[in-house]
Design a protein around this ligand. Structure first.
Ligand code: ADP
Length: 319
């Protein structure tokens, strides 16, 4: 392995820069040249590539977003598109690739590997929706952003005696709602893996109100439904004034937490070690505080189950 390429793809996540830095520095430490690919797989097809030296990744460990930028590439999904990418990599002398992204990006990485090109994936997504890894890069920062928002919303909610529905990201995965809901002391946590009964949510609100509670926070994962509809239903059924906050892309930005920076640093270094060992078609992850690796196809088959104990705990603690 003489030269490796690194790219970020799909949705961005805080901590991607820390991962890029770790890839670049670990490779150079091992005498390997690094080429940074801009704008994901599109950049690989178009040759939007430049060499990355040690100082190219100085001063980025604390920055949100991705300095390599990211993209979604329809062309890369086609065999022809990937042929172009393989040719470009030949021209630039790239003989191994690290892809930082989510499950979609991993499918692209798997295809490249099946087509004979050494490729390793690093999980970068705020959704934490990859079942093979306890955590993905960006998730911890996102839930910290959400609990910060919950605290602020709770202040005004208490002053006015209102209920608040807070809609968070996560696509089909309820982890952002669950973790931020538990950490933020939400009264109800609604996730796609379980679903909800609006009457149950309303009963809880009324019970809390009768006990003298001044606020109620209802965490709603985007994969279950829309916050405005739920809020209207709650107001109709309970008469309690209910407001909505859809947090949106604020959850994707910000300086990564220490946890995400450390996770990204460990995973970035491991991806380079795997390429040096001659591995391909693998993704790195974390299980029980240990960095692991796994074949991409196996990793993508593992269901991302909700932590049911944690879900039950949110119910017990918000009684
Ligand atoms: P994420 O990686 O965050 O899940 P996407 O699902 O948008 O984001 O995937 C990012 C990119 O990965 C896509 O734009 C596409 O270029 C590539 N990709 C996704 N699925 C495939 C696939 N089945 N085959 C090849 N490339 C894919």
């Amino acid at each position: 392995m003489k030269t490796i390429g690194v790219l970020t793809s799909g949705g961005d996540a805080p901590g991607m820069n820390a991962a890029i830095r770790a890839v670049v520095r670990t490779a150079i430490y091992n005498g390997i040249k690094v080429m940074g690919v801009n704008q994901g797989y599109d950049g690989l097809i178009n040759g939007n590539i430049k060499e990355m030296g040690l100082s190219s990744v100085a001063d980025i460990i604390h920055r949100g977003g991705t300095t390599l930028r990211t993209a979604r590439s329809e062309e890369f999904k086609t065999e022809e598109g990937r042929k172009k990418a393989l040719n470009v990599m030949k021209v630039f002398g790239i003989d191994g690739l690290v892809v930082i992204g989510g499950d979609g990006s991993f499918k692209g990485a798997e295809k490249l590997s099946d087509e004979g090109f050494p490729t390793i994936g690093i999980p970068g997504t705020i959704d934490n929706d990859l079942g093979y890894s306890d955590y993905t890069i960006g998730f911890d920062t996102a839930i910290n952003t959400v609990i910060d928002a919950i605290s602020k919303i709770r202040d005004t909610s208490t002053s006015h005696g209102r209920a608040n529905v807070i809609e968070v990201m996560g696509r089909h995965c309820g982890d952002i709602a669950l973790y931020a809901g538990l950490a933020g002391g939400a009264e109800s946590v609604i996730v796609p893996e379980v679903g909800y009964e609006v009457d149950e949510v309303c009963q809880k609100l009324i019970k809390g109100r009768n006990r003298g509670k001044l606020h109620s926070i209802i965490m709603l994962a985007e994969g279950v439904g829309r916050a405005y509809e739920l809020s209207d239903e709650i107001e109709d059924k309970t008469g309690i004034e209910t407001r909505v906050t859809v947090l949106g892309h604020i959850q994707r930005g910000g300086s990564p937490t220490a946890f995400d920076r450390i996770l990204a640093s460990k995973m970035g270094a491991e991806s380079v070690r795997l390429l040096i060992k001659g591995e391909s078609g693998k993704v790195v992850g974390i299980q029980g505080n240990k960095i692991i690796n796994m074949n991409i196809n196996e990793a993508l088959k593992i269901n991302n189950n909700l932590d049911k104990d944690m879900y039950e705990l949110t119910k017990i603690l918000s009684i």
